[in-house]
Design a binder for this molecule. Structure first.
Ligand code: SAM
Length: 273
């Protein structure tokens, strides 16, 4: 059950497995990378780990050694014979589309102190997966995921940069976002056209109070609707007098663009609407 890249490649060949681009299948074939991800995740025997897209089980097998339980979602059922060979008895794989799944319901079958998501994500749906975790209120303490480098940089974007957008605000409201490590494209099979990073999202202990979460997120989405436009233009349907009043206290006015507004000011505006 110890993962060996050579054995995995032999198993995939024996099963005549065909990598499916449509499912974003690029499997890790470097033991050191897998060990680094697992070690940096600080998983212990109180931790339930969710893995989205276990593939042939390279990461899954190591997660199973340190976690209390591992719960995986894999869309490609043809991986079953190889995957089941590589996992431990504390690991369950549900063969389904993660995006369609009621994860909260699955979690009712588990007893755990901490809930982590650790995964090498299918890149074509990185953002929908992260958004689902937040919108479905899956009670995660930490998310450590491998993503395409450019996408990861956007997740942790700071105010005033061109990568700063509604999603980075959304994420930074709930989590401290950090880069854990760079990953070369050479550690995957097949080799992708992009480099990757592992990004870590750790739940913030204290959130800045919001009067109404929905209003806050709608305000952010609308403010960034057309990135080049000013708040006055993007927020036409809003009570601009109230917004202007808050902006003025920070020496700003309605001619500002959303990318120049820190999250705290967005929160203040939302709490005044
Ligand atoms: N974890 C493996 C590894 O690191 O070697 C595989 C990672 S590969 C980048 C992404 C995996 O996600 C594939 O196994 C793919 O079949 C699976 N996948 C793609 N879309 C999915 C979805 N909607 N729900 C669940 N799994 C999905």
């Amino acid at each position: 059950m110890d993962y060996s890249p050579k054995q995995m490649q032999a198993d995939l060949a024996n099963q005549q497995f065909h990598f499916k681009k449509k499912f974003g299948q690029n499997f890790i074939v470097d033991k050191n990378v897998i060990h680094s991800i697992v070690n940096k995740s600080n998983i212990d025997k109180d931790t339930l780990v969710i893995e989205i897209g276990p593939g042939s089980g390279a990461l899954t097998s190591e997660l199973g050694k340190v976690a209390k339980n591992v719960l995986c979602y894999e869309i490609d059922e043809t991986l079953k014979p190889i995957l089941e060979k590589n996992i431990h008895s504390n690991t369950t794989v549900i063969y389904t589309d993660f995006l369609q799944r009621n994860v909260q319901k699955d979690l009712q079958n588990y007893d755990y102190q901490k809930l982590y998501v650790v995964a090498n994500l299918p890149y074509y749906i990185t953002t929908p997966i992260i958004v689902k975790i937040i919108e479905d209120k899956i009670p995660v303490d930490k998310i450590n995921v491998m993503v395409q480098k450019e996408v990861g940089e956007r997740f942790k974007a700071k105010v005033g940069t061109k990568e700063y957008n509604s999603l980075s605000i959304f994420l930074n409201y709930y989590f401290n976002v950090n880069k854990l490590m760079d990953i070369s494209r050479n550690v995957f099979m097949p080799k992708p056209n992009v480099d990757s990073i592992v990004v870590s999202f750790t739940k913030k202990d204290k959130l800045i109070p919001l009067k109404n979460e929905e209003i806050f997120f709608q305000l952010i989405r609308d403010s960034f609707k057309q990135k080049r436009k000013t708040l006055r233009n993007n927020l036409k349907g809003y009570d601009l007098t109230k917004i202007e009043k808050v902006l003025k206290q920070h020496d700003l006015d309605l001619s500002v663009r959303a990318e120049a507004i820190p999250i705290e000011i967005f929160i203040e505006i939302a709490n005044h609407l």
